[in-house]
Design a protein around this ligand. Structure first.
Ligand code: TRP
Length: 335
């Protein structure tokens, strides 16, 4: 087999350090990231530059960046196997994003639904970074020639833009960037709000009972599960007419590996009380070892910073090579 054929496909993904990860982040992204390490060459990034598109409290952003990295490690990302780094530690991302932005049209960026949503939400701060956000994300991906990008549906349009910009650049100059594909793989279910199960679980929800954080203690998890909205029919069964119960079943199924059918049988003839306790138990069991590891890593700043330093150095070597290629192609003088 040629070396090319043997090479594992490369995955890149990023997560913003704007808060503690939720159960939804865990089942939908973080947990899968650690699983992908076996089959792919993985690069994982704390996207701190993207967070600047919304006002951040500086000390808090710094702390959250470390916490995000610690949580990713605690959840199983192995720095001996994958690269874990902070986006701003690899300056080539921002440098490439400038070149890409000069090859992206105002109209294209104006059509991004996330830009429209976010500028409506933060009407007092519709900054240029919010507008060119997709070019930075494109740079994150294209600079490593990533084959696959695990993203949620909300980022699909940005990935599409990255592909279009890459294609355009390749046509205008010469083949440079690999066109990345979205990776949905065996991602877990989309986890909904515990209070309004029609909405995605989000840490920015004003009602703290609607989400579970990866740092919540056992009592809090139990309380939030017990308060979760269900219905008056009292039967543990999945269905479009039962969004609350279905969401709890998705959580339980994702964490225990049990099918919906098995779960329905398990709780046959029992009310929601026992079911909710079991759901809480599955979350507590999943988070217990991660929380212990998270506390240990956060307390060992030297270790954590060492991992991030090594990750950034290795990522920079790859990224700088691509940046030099691009700079040369577009005609920037190199001495
Ligand atoms: N924009 C992504 C989000 O908010 C985070 C992100 C930044 C990302 N760069 C990326 C995701 C590159 C995938 C690939 O969720």
């Amino acid at each position: 087999m040629s070396e090319q054929a043997e090479r594992k496909q490369r995955i890149l993904s990023g997560i913003q350090p704007t808060g503690t990860f939720t159960l939804g982040n865990y089942i939908g992204a973080v947990r899968n990231w650690s699983r992908l390490q076996e089959d792919f060459e993985c690069l994982y990034m704390v996207a701190d530059l993207h967070s600047l598109t919304v006002r951040q409290e500086p000390a808090e952003l710094r702390r959250k960046s470390r916490e995000a990295a610690a949580m990713l490690l605690a959840a199983g990302i192995d720095p001996a196997v994958s690269l874990l780094f902070v986006q701003s530690h690899v300056p080539a991302h921002a440098q490439l994003s400038w070149v890409l932005s000069c090859n992206t049209q105002f109209g294209e960026l104006s059509r991004m639904t996330q830009f429209k949503d976010k500028s409506a939400k933060h009407a007092d701060n519709v900054n240029a970074g919010l507008f060119t956000y997709p070019d930075l994300m494109a740079a994150d991906i294209l600079i490593y020639n990533a084959d696959l990008v695990p993203v949620g549906v909300d980022q699909k349009q940005h990935l599409e833009l990255a592909r279009n910009v890459a294609q355009r650049f390749n046509n205008l100059y010469s083949p440079t960037f690999h066109l990345p594909e979205p990776y949905f793989g065996s991602t877990g279910a989309k986890i909904m709000s515990l209070q309004e199960p029609e909405k995605k679980m989000s840490k920015s929800d004003t009602n703290a009972n609607s989400f579970i954080l990866m740092t919540d203690d056992a009592d809090t998890i139990l309380r939030k599960c017990k308060r979760a909205v269900t219905d008056s029919d009292g039967v543990v069964r999945a269905g479009e007419d039962k969004p609350g119960v279905t969401n709890l079943m998705s959580i339980y199924s994702s964490l225990t590996g049990k099918s919906f059918e098995t779960i329905e049988k398990e709780f046959e003839g029992q009310g929601y009380g026992a079911f909710k306790e079991a759901v809480a138990g599955s979350i507590i069991d999943a988070f217990r070892p991660i929380q212990a590891e998270y506390a240990r890593i956060l307390a060992d700043k030297a270790y954590l910073d060492g991992v991030l330093r090594d990750g950034a150095a290795a990522a920079s070597r790859m990224a700088d090579r691509m940046l030099a290629k691009v700079y040369k192609k577009v005609g920037l003088l190199q001495l």
